[in-house]
Design a protein around this ligand. Sequence first.
Ligand SMILES: [Zn+2]
Length: 136
Amino acid sequence: MERLFHLLGQAIPDTATGLGVKVLCVGLGATAAGLALGGSGIAGMALPGVGVAACGFAASALAIRVLIREGRRKQAARLEEQIRRETEAMQAMEQRRREKACKGHEWSFDDYGLNINAWRWICGKCGAVTEENPLR
Ligand SMILES: [Zn+2]
């Protein structure tokens, strides 16, 4: 049985989703084993069998809840990423529009560029950036 868990552990990645799948497998197995034991007709095994089945069922329910939550979390992260990308694209578009509408840039040297040995000038009016000296 321990060997089975080990193999299962190797086959399924150790993420929350993987753990949920593992617990679900074990839980369903325990439910089936418990029901088989309880229904086996062996004297004194009915009650423990039902107990094992109940535990297995509870573990399965818990695992399913974890899987659903994990699925929702991934979906939320995807949505957040999409919104972030759309916001960035919108900001970039807005910036290009501003640069085009800017009549006569007011270039000033951006000394942030000194740190990385790259020179750049930034327009104080529209925020346009250039690496070519526009004042020359
Ligand atoms: Zn400008």
